[in-house]
Design a protein around this ligand. Structure first.
Ligand code: T5A
Length: 228
């Protein structure tokens, strides 16, 4: 279990969950709501967020590290995260800017650890190294049946006129994605102070309002009445 810090004025919020559950959509909506409260915030993502971490992202998502095995991939994700934390997350929080990240360390625990079979001791050690104490203040876990989430991803591909090729992880079987979903729910159960699970099987607007309610309840310094 990660200890949630309580000393920062700027907050670090992460979104987690399986493929296509609506994380990116809700990260943007939260940014807009925070903006209405005059909160300065940056949006970022994992893997990625800095040039070096984006290079690792391309390498992994193109499937080039797949043959290395889940343990080596966990190390690669941690290397990307270390750069992301030191170059982007920590400096922004230090200057009072909130950081909202589309995925963070729980993705490594769920994908490479709970689903990929990497030993929890390695996952724990990598987490300590890469986070360097920068534990999220709040993690929103978006939960839904992966079959429904994939329908959304398919629809997006059709609307964008793109072929549904799928990245390294989107190509896994549905059963694998169901285990992944259980993995995220386990993480939330083990970190009740930090994580809030919300059903992603509701409209974008309803989910954005539910997230906003969680955020203003968690951080009462926000001016209630603005946003959502
Ligand atoms: N990974 C990552 C690891 O294995 N280990 C790690 O440590 C880390 C950090 C990242 C991959 O890397 C893996 C996990 C991933 O497989 P990614 O491209 O970031 O790759 O993958 P996703 O996070 O799954 O990104 P997606 O864009 O596919 O999913 P999102 O962000 O959850 O969904 P979003 O917001 O793009 O929405 C998908 C579609 O649904 C619509 C949207 O308009 C969009 O078309 N939508 C809704 N439709 C109906 N109702 C709603 N409420 C909707 N919300 C969104």
């Amino acid at each position: 279990m990660l200890d949630v810090p309580n000393h920062r004025s700027a907050k670090f919020i992460t979104f987690e969950g399986g493929e296509g559950v609506g994380k990116s959509t809700q990260v943007k909506r939260l940014l807009a709501n925070l903006g209405q409260c005059s909160v300065t915030a940056v949006r970022t993502r994992e893997p990625g967020g800095t040039p070096k971490a984006e290079a690792i992202r391309s390498y992994i998502l193109q499937g080039r590290s797949e043959s290395w095995g889940a343990g080596a991939e966990a190390v690669l994700f941690a290397a990307a995260r270390l750069d992301h934390v030191t170059q982007l997350i920590a400096p922004n929080l230090a200057k009072g800017t909130w950081v909202i990240s589309d995925r963070f360390c729980d993705s490594t625990r769920a994908y490479q650890g709970l689903t990929g079979g990497v030993d929890v001791k390695l996952i724990d050690a990598l987490e300590v190294l890469a986070l360097d104490g920068h534990v999220p203040d709040l993690t929103i876990v978006l939960d839904m049946d992966p079959a429904t989430a994939f329908q959304r991803v398919e629809l997006r591909a059709i609307e964008d006129g793109l072929a549904l090729t799928g990245d390294r992880f989107e190509k896994e079987e549905l059963d694998w994605h169901r285990r992944l979903r259980d993995g995220f729910l386990d993480i939330a159960r083990n970190n009740p102070q930090r994580c809030v699970v919300l059903s992603a099987e509701q409209s974008e607007e309803a989910l954005a309002a539910a997230i906003w309610n969680v955020v203003i309840a968690r951080f009462p310094q926000l001016q209630v009445g603005a946003g959502a």
